[in-house]
Design a protein around this ligand. Structure first.
Ligand code: PGA
Ligand code: ZN
Length: 423
């Protein structure tokens, strides 16, 4: 079935910032559109998000963040290259590479390429009369991922009221996704009430829907969440554990890890010790970006001393990039990878990264961005790719619940199993 039209346009993400949408029309008259997300604590090795800089007219209100150049790339070069093709995702992605063979889509913008790549995936799934999840895995039981849910937010997502970015929970004792999500929602609600009872400011909701409560120390934040889990009648460690996104690149300056709220500063070696103590003291099953994006030495050192069951998850370190993943496999710098399609720029290439990671026995955690949209394709990708885990933020905000709700739907309508925690 032929592609008869392609339209790029500018929309808003959950932070009210411009982002790119693309809409593909097929010869049967149906249209398939997708919007791309955007990060705040972005890694410097991510594919390039093309933004305009200051412009005049209505776009001047967007402080230079408008995306009309990326949109124009879709409506000119990309449109000419793909309209008239039979819908085929790998072929569309190859055409995008032909148009911009730079390492990180510097010319077209990865926000332009991903929008088109995603819209093509949806159109290709439609052609086969399948859901996006089933397009990637046509037969057999689908795997509904274990969610990692944000409860407390800090760092770049909450005005740095806490030094690290997320304290999350992993409801690994749940026997279904619906149960896991119910536990998470209960814990999130109880955390707000508990904080209020202690006189904390709890009405500030961070970029990913978590509570933006200020905590001076990471330990106090962990203790807070543990107390809340206990208060709702769930067993800490046995049923629900903690996960942290340290997002350490954000506070790594001049070879020092600076915890501003805690008023502490560490060398790489010292910070390996600090993180080791943290994971030994608390029921933490996953730790993301404990070290800065290019501090490979600390990653490698930590990997050697960390408990074998700990998930050591690379986000800014790996940026959903094949060569950085390969380096981390060789160097034994991590054992899990965060998968963010917009760090990569193409759906097929992102899937290649997932497959490479699985081959190396790395766990894969499909992840949303802090700037999201109401689209739910991420849930289908996580399921269709059998990723095993997903991280979308908290249980608040429609840009978060659109993904959770799609997983609830898939769990109801598909032949599937819920992923357990493989420690
Ligand atoms: P970001 O945050 O989208 O702002 O990068 C998400 C994360 O760090 O996991
Ligand atoms: Zn992260």
């Amino acid at each position: 079935m032929k592609i008869v039209d392609l339209l790029g346009y500018q929309v808003l993400d959950s932070r009210g910032r411009p982002t790119v949408a693309a809409r593909i029309t097929l010869e049967d008259g149906t249209s398939h559109s997708a919007k791309v997300p955007s990060g705040a604590s972005t890694g410097q090795h991510e594919a390039v998000e093309l933004r305009d800089g200051n412009l005049t007219g209505a776009n001047s209100f967007y402080s230079g963040l408008s995306v009309t150049k990326a949109v124009l790339n879709i409506n000119s070069k990309i449109k000419s290259a793909i309209v008239g093709l039979d819908i085929d995702l790998p072929e569309v992605d190859n055409r995008l590479i032909d148009l911009d063979d730079s390492e990180r889509f510097e010319s077209l913008g990865a926000n332009a390429t991903l929008a088109v790549s995603l819209a093509s995936s949806l159109a290709a799934a439609h052609q086969q009369q399948k859901s996006l999840a089933r397009y990637f895995q046509p037969t057999g039981k689908l795997l509904i991922p274990m969610p990692m849910i944000n409860i407390l937010s800090g760092g770049a997502h909450a005005n740095r009221g806490m030094d690290i970015q997320d304290v999350l929970i992993v409801p690994h004792g749940a026997t279904s996704f619906a149960e896991a999500l119910a536990w998470a929602a209960g814990i999130r609600e109880a955390a707000a009430k508990f904080g209020q009872s202690k006189g904390m400011i709890t009405h500030l909701v961070a970029d990913e829907g978590g509570l933006g409560i200020a905590f001076k120390s990471i330990s106090t934040a962990c203790e807070f969440v543990i107390e809340v889990i206990d208060s709702v009648g769930l067993k800490v460690d046995k049923e629900v554990s903690l996960a942290l996104d340290i997002a350490a690149t954000q506070f790594f300056q001049e070879y020092k890890y600076n915890l501003v709220n805690a008023n502490q500063s560490f060398s790489g070696k010292e910070f390996v010790g600090y993180i080791s103590n943290l994971v030994n003291e608390f029921p933490i099953v996953s730790i993301e970006d404990p070290f800065a994006e290019d501090d490979w030495e600390s990653w490698i050192e930590f990997n050697q001393v960390a408990p074998k069951s700990l998930q050591i998850l690379g986000d800014d370190l790996l940026t959903t990039n094949q060569s950085r993943l390969e380096r981390s496999i060789l160097d034994k710098a991590a054992n899990a990878i965060l998968i963010k399609p917009n760090q990569n720029g193409l759906v097929t290439d992102t899937l290649k990264v997932v497959n490479k990671a699985k081959e190396a026995h790395f766990r894969t955690v499909v992840s949303a961005r802090s700037g999201e949209t109401e689209d739910s394709w991420l849930a289908d990708l996580a399921v269709g790719w059998g990723a095993g885990q997903i991280k979308v933020g908290s249980t608040h905000g429609s840009e978060r619940t659109s993904k959770w709700n799609r997983l609830l739907e898939l769990e109801q309508i598909e032949d599937c199993t819920f992923n357990g925690w493989q420690s």
